[in-house]
Design a protein around this ligand. Structure first.
Ligand code: KG4
Ligand code: ZN
Length: 339
């Protein structure tokens, strides 16, 4: 079954064709980063306008790169949640129109579940269920247990900012550049991560054992501004970046290691934009008892291949979405359960 995937939940306009939920025939990702960079963050109005301008060409490109015509597509899958409402509506409406015009099956899926599916699109080292998921994006931070592609139990989450949001806010505050996570990751390579000591949140007991928090770290980093000025010449911007990144990664690691210890599950799948972070990748890779699986970088960020991939499994079970399904800014489809 050749499935067309459409993804427009944030600032990536993406279309992909995936065969039988595992073979990527094409995966076109058009990023809007230059259009949002002047504002140091995604501007929802600009995002939905760009998706409207681009979605046809991006989809046509995905079909061309797969060597297929419109008639060769067997089904359409689209992200309808969570994300920016206006952006989601563009992809959703386009996908509905495509499916209706061709009279082929159509299903709308959850973007975060799709991130967790991404490493199953790679040829080797496909994760077996159950595994622990670390979903870290600009809007969400979720530590979960995955028993199947659609059977995901949330173990922990953030009690305030998402991991990517913390990177973005710190970068914006210090004018490091955009997107924050990418810039801080790059700057940190030349920085001294021991230059500044930032606090870890005191969230490691009881029901918060798998939760994370970033507001304290963010405040501590921002409060270094005066200190940073005083130390100018002695302390470089990359030292702030590296010290922040080190703590941000340790916060994720602590919650994840707690979950691995308590559940006895040693396979970890990371997904979402922050899963591209080089320190997070190396810190996880060096954990002796864990088998950490990261999707390749092009499948870490937002992409339509993961959407087409997971959608295939719902379609194969005979599930369909009605053509009046709407978008939602919220994550759904996870089981929320604290052990
Ligand atoms: O999953 P994603 O592409 O979009 C959302 O669904 O939010 O994630 C975007 C987030 C942004 O906050 C961005 O700063 C962060 O991922 N990010 C990174 C890195 N690359 C992207 N954060 C840390 N290190 C990176 N290398
Ligand atoms: Zn995402």
């Amino acid at each position: 079954m050749k499935v067309l995937g459409i993804e427009t939940s944030c600032d990536e306009c993406s279309a992909s064709v995936v065969q039988d939920g595992e073979k990527i025939l094409s995966n076109v990702i058009a990023t809007q980063i230059p259009f949002h960079a002047p504002w140091s963050g995604v501007v929802p109005e600009i995002a939905s306008r760009k998706h409207t301008e681009w979605i046809y060409a991006v989809t046509k490109d995905a079909l061309d790169k797969a060597g297929l015509n419109v008639e060769d597509i067997d089904a359409v899958v689209v992200t309808n949640r969570p994300g920016l409402f206006g952006s989601l509506l563009v992809g959703l409406s386009f996908a509905k129109a495509f499916a209706w015009a061709r009279n082929i099956p159509f299903i709308a899926v959850d973007h975060m579940l799709a991130h967790l599916y991404a490493p199953r699109l790679t040829a080797d080292n496909k994760p077996e269920y159950p595994f622990l998921g670390l979903l870290v994006s600009g809007g969400h931070t979720i530590i979960c247990r995955a028993d199947n592609f659609d059977d995901i139990t949330v173990l922990g989450t953030t009690i305030d900012d998402a991991a990517g949001e913390a990177f973005d806010k710190v970068a914006k505050f210090y004018n490091f550049g955009y997107p924050g996570g990418v810039v801080i990751d790059k700057m940190s390579r030349n920085g001294d991560s021991g230059a500044f000591r930032f606090p870890m949140p005191s969230l490691h007991k009881g029901e918060h054992r798998y939760d994370v928090s970033y507001s304290g770290l963010k405040t501590a980093v921002v409060n270094q501004l005066e200190m940073f000025k005083v130390k100018e010449g002695e302390s470089q911007p990359q030292d702030i970046a590296a010290s922040f990144q080190k703590t941000a990664v340790e916060i994720l690691l602590r919650a994840l290691l707690n979950a691995a210890e308590d559940t006895g599950i040693s396979t970890i799948v990371a997904g979402g934009g922050v899963a591209a972070n080089s320190l997070l990748r190396s810190r996880l890779a060096e954990q002796p008892r864990l088998n950490c699986i990261f999707p390749p970088l092009e499948l870490c960020g937002d992409n339509a291949a993961m959407v087409a991939g997971i959608g295939y499994h719902y379609l194969a079970r005979g599930e369909r979405s009605p053509l009046n399904v709407t978008a939602s800014a919220r994550v759904t489809g996870f089981k929320k359960k604290y052990p």
